[in-house]
Design a binder for this molecule. Structure first.
Ligand SMILES: [Zn+2]
Length: 342
């Protein structure tokens, strides 16, 4: 099937009461790991690329790798999503290239670091909605600011100081017309999210419940939601790595979010850690090896295992065959019928 609109995948997830993992990619092995996990679990797949990933792959490699995924996995609905677009121009270039979904992160200025004000956020996000929806492409916006910097994007702020305000969220969704809202609830990008197992004081899941009560039909997105599992930290450190002890977002907290309107869960760090641990192990155990396949194969398998575990935990497993893809042109028609907020 052709690549599908993320709106369709999230609408279906809302109907079915499950969440869908959005996994970041930078190369062929990561795309293969996600697609194999999707096939194994019969899951829809959201593949996302940051600006850093697009420049690393030089865009065209990424595009053609994704075309290969579409060709080789015809039974899987696949979304290609721009993660943290920093400006309308970035989103436009993604749409021109064939992305079926974009995130306009207007919570930060175009430098991807400086927190922006509400009116700026509304203006750029609305602009992207108008441009994207005309072509049936989905838009994710963000309100509130996460901590942590990843791929050069993110604000080095105290994650507790910029949580999403529920009333402002209602206004933001109404004025912009976004399909999905990324919320700030105390998480950060990268591996170093919490210095101990998070409590409700630092990982404010109650905020998601509040927003869901006010916006029951809005798809919420959890960023910075890797679980940073202890076993992956241990493998990395056992084979010469030097990761400091850290704690991520427990899977059961994500499941609580899914019960309260979270439909997309961004995971990147867990994949990175799985890959790095597997490669380190080969290097230590087989210092005589020098064929990249000797370490990239176990690396790919390790990422596939972690992606599979998340797909099962989020509830998306078994849902790949539930629906036929709706063409982007039909979504463009649908958006045209929607009332425009002032
Ligand atoms: Zn993010």
């Amino acid at each position: 099937m052709p690549m599908v609109s993320m709106r369709q995948v999230l609408d279906e997830a809302a109907k079915g009461g499950y969440g869908v993992g959005a996994f970041n990619v930078n190369n062929m092995e990561q795309i293969q790991a996600i697609m194999e996990a999707a096939r194994e679990t019969k899951s829809p797949a959201i593949v996302q690329a940051s600006r850093g990933a697009r420049s690393y792959t030089n865009d065209r490699f990424l595009y053609h790798l994704m075309m290969a995924a579409v060709e080789l996995y015809p039974e899987i609905p696949i979304v290609l999503h721009q993660d943290h677009g920093n400006s309308p121009e970035t989103c436009k270039s993604a749409i021109d290239m064939g992305f079926t979904s974009v995130m306009m992160d207007g919570s930060l200025m175009p430098d991807g670091k400086t927190p922006a004000d509400f009116e700026y956020n509304v203006r750029v996000t609305k602009e992207v909605c108008e441009m994207a929806h005309e072509r049936g492409v989905t838009v994710e916006g963000e309100l509130g600011t996460l901590g942590g910097i990843e791929d050069g994007h993110g604000a080095d702020v105290d994650p507790m100081s910029h949580l999403t305000d529920p009333d402002q969220a209602v206004e933001f969704v109404e004025r912009t017309g976004i399909d999905a809202l990324a919320v700030a609830i105390g998480t950060s990008h990268g591996a170093y999210k919490f210095s101990k197992k998070p409590t409700g004081e630092v990982l404010v899941m109650s905020r998601i419940e509040e927003i869901h009560r006010k916006l029951p039909n809005c798809h919420m997105v959890m960023h910075g939601s890797s679980s940073v599992p202890q076993d992956l930290q241990d493998i990395i450190n056992k084979y010469g790595g030097q990761m400091k002890q850290t704690y991520g977002v427990p899977v059961e907290e994500i499941q609580r979010g899914i019960k309260n309107g979270v439909r997309k869960i961004n995971v990147d760090t867990d994949s990175r850690m799985a890959i790095t641990g597997a490669i380190r192990k080969v290097f230590v155990e087989h210092p005589e090896h020098f064929d990249p396949r000797d370490y990239l194969k176990p690396a790919r398998a390790a990422m596939q295992a972690v992606v599979k575990a998340r797909m099962l935990a989020f509830g998306q497993a078994g849902h790949a065959g539930d629906y036929e893809p709706i063409p982007l042109a039909s979504f463009a028609e649908y958006y045209k019928q929607q009332p425009v907020a002032v």
